[in-house]
Design a protein around this ligand. Sequence first.
Ligand SMILES: [Zn+2]
Length: 346
Amino acid sequence: MEIIAGTTLKQLQPRVWDPESPFHLPELRAVMVSFSDFHRSKSLRERAMKDGLHKALDVPKRIRIYIDNGAFANILAGNKLPTRDYWKFVNQARPDWYPVPADFIPLPSMTEAEQESCFRKTMYYNREYSFDGCVPVIHAGGKLGKYIKAIQAHDKLSRKKVLALGGLVPQFLQTNGTGPKTNAIDSILTARRAFEGKIHAFGIGGTATLHIACVLGLDSVDSSGWRNRAARGIIQLPGRGERIIAQLGNWRGKEPDRKEMTLLRNCECPGCGQAGIKGLKENGTIGFARRATHNLYVLLEEVKEIEMNLKAGSYQNWYPTHVFNRMFLRLIDYALEKKNDSMPSM
Ligand SMILES: [Zn+2]
């Protein structure tokens, strides 16, 4: 499974994709940028349309660039969706991966009629833009079954080789017990069983969600969590939840214990390589760049280890010795159980 590193044009540091950068992570193969960033910056948008995205962003060709349509942020901000500008942009700037121009997440907090309306509007864009290369979007939650039926009933959409699954974040963010979070797992499994091609899941890239995505056979996930956490002074550690390492402003959180500090001291990422734990604690751009690089490195390594164990058939025995968070363990247990539930034994 591939991790697509979400980034923003406002701050392209750390340049983890750049072999010339001190923060280079050679395992990284793809980044994601939101169209809303390009929509804000007309000059950069025009440059990308003229010279191509890779050149405009100075990203090497071997790194694939994914574009997100930015619809969710625009809807939240009450903006009109620039669907025409988006389509013109992707046609000329040539990203490696791009979804339909707009999608509308049926949120669990909405009424049934509102959710139905979101489903209909999203399917409108899926059908109108069923061209080759353009990735249709469906959403986890109450409308997932309808999405799958609608995709399967459409001549071109049913033959698509790539599909994007959104709407998982609100499900994973549910905080009252693991009950509602397991809905996200059910949704992933439903989509995986219905669709043979590649599935990309939007916006999930925490430790537990990575395990779940790998176990259930998703092909790629994107996340900006590595940067967002770093900006709040937070670092990630293998098999664990987030830990606060730098006190920046009013952010509160759990600090690393002694064992976790040892893990951190032994980290081989380029962020920690510069000045160790002291370097991670620094203020300003340099501290941020080190923490962000560290966070992304941990995610990439975590996926590598998960996949190695899945391939070797040792995952079942390995993950309880690697994951140190009771909630994460319960979710992974659930994912494995559900996956094996309806798998015929060989
Ligand atoms: Zn590190």
